[in-house]
Design a protein around this ligand. Structure first.
Ligand code: GUN
Length: 291
């Protein structure tokens, strides 16, 4: 094992401390408490865990948390009415609708109903366009967290070859935009990419965001490269006992850590940074709303 472990958990704690300082200043100097509304439709167990965790950390940094848990059969009209109410509520500075939504709801329509200034996920089409053209926007939390870890580790990313595996709107595409913004040479690889191992072997930075457990083995990694593992996959772990599971990333940790210069672990890498960036985005939204 030679790679430096990029400790996302510790880094996220420092980001949350800074957010908490900012929040207390807003309270003392402006009499404003930033507020984050999280909307969860249905009872997807993973989403419930994420939403609970977001709510807990929101309160821990001194902000107000508003949780809206809706039945799985909530109509699109009712969801849009709630979003409209939150858009108009001056106590709510950030709105997050947890994805995925149940199949009968149009995700694009729902996301684009959120006031772009309160879109702390950065998924609204206006924010996507602003990011793509290098303008001030709300930046999606997971890619932002990855970028912060990369900048912290490397300083400048200018001129580095970066390969993003995965082309989702939530991670892959905005990650590529951010890396391009930091002057990387960026390749977005995906399920149809020809000779993926060869493409990955060229990279100084590999961001694995495919959602397939341990898909990237160590022999795809250029020696000394940095591996940012966005995957959070639960797999069976019979070695821990019958019916037990464990979390793994999209990279095969042990073999990648042998070759890489630096790597994020799962858990304790990208995951905590995502929530820390959500809190930071909420403070940003609050500051922008209040001049
Ligand atoms: N589901 C998985 N990741 C995310 C995220 O970053 N934001 C939202 N809203 N839903 C998600």
């Amino acid at each position: 094992m030679s790679a430096t472990i990029i400790d996302g958990k510790a880094f996220a704690a420092t980001v949350r401390e800074k957010v908490a300082v900012h929040v207390s200043r807003l309270k003392e100097q402006n009499g404003i408490t930033p507020g984050l509304a999280v909307v969860l439709v249905g009872e997807d167990p993973a989403s419930q865990v994420y939403v609970r965790s977001k709510g807990k950390m929101t309160v821990e940094v001194g902000m107000n948390s508003y949780e809206h848990k809706l039945d799985i059969d909530t109509s699109e009209a009712d969801l849009l009415t709630l979003i409209d109410t939150l858009n108009k509520d001056p106590a709510v500075h950030g709105i997050l609708v947890q994805l995925p939504l149940p199949k009968h709801l149009d995700e694009d329509l729902v996301i684009n109903a959120i006031d772009p200034a309160k879109d702390v996920d950065g998924f609204h089409i206006s924010n996507v366009g602003l990011l793509g053209t290098g303008q001030k926007s709300m930046v999606p939390c997971t890619p932002l967290g990855c970028l912060m870890m990369l900048r912290d580790h490397h300083g400048s990313l200018s001129g580095m070859d970066a390969v993003v595996i995965g082309r989702s709107n939530i991670v892959g595409k905005p990650m590529a935009q951010l890396l391009l913004g930091d002057s990387c040479t960026v390749t977005i690889a995906h399920s149809r990419t020809k000779d993926l191992p060869e493409v990955v072997r060229r990279a100084d930075i590999v961001v694995a965001a495919v959602g397939r457990p341990e898909m990237v083995p160590g022999d795809w990694i250029k020696p000394g490269a940095t591996v940012i593992d966005v995957g959070i996959n639960r797999i069976d772990a019979p070695e821990k006992g019958e019916g037990k599971t464990r979390l793994v990333g999209d990279a095969h940790y042990e073999s990648c850590a042998e070759v890489a210069g630096a790597i994020t672990p799962v858990p304790g890498g990208v995951g905590p940074m995502t929530i820390a960036c959500l809190l930071a985005n909420t403070v940003t939204a609050c500051c922008r709303a209040n001049g």
